[in-house]
Design a protein. Structure first.
Length: 69
């Protein structure tokens, strides 16, 4: 589903370890957590196929806050 663009990821870095160039390019992004997200995140833009996929994932991963209904 990630390859199909239905599900994406959202990450959070350990803020003290984030390093950027003066251009804004990220050099270091030490991962604190990562979560699955439905793409697009805007609910009004989600089509039926994406919604069905998210519901199926929610059944497989019931503890996922990203997929909570």
């Amino acid at each position: 589903m990630i390859d199909a663009g239905i599900v994406g990821t959202s990450s959070e870095a350990v803020s003290s370890g984030v390093r950027k160039k003066s251009t804004g390019e990220i050099i270091s992004w030490p991962l604190m957590r990562d979560s699955l997200t439905v793409t697009p995140m805007e609910p009004r833009m989600i089509g039926e196929n994406v919604l069905a996929a998210a519901k199926a994932l929610a059944e497989i991963f019931p503890a996922s806050k990203s997929l909570a209904q």
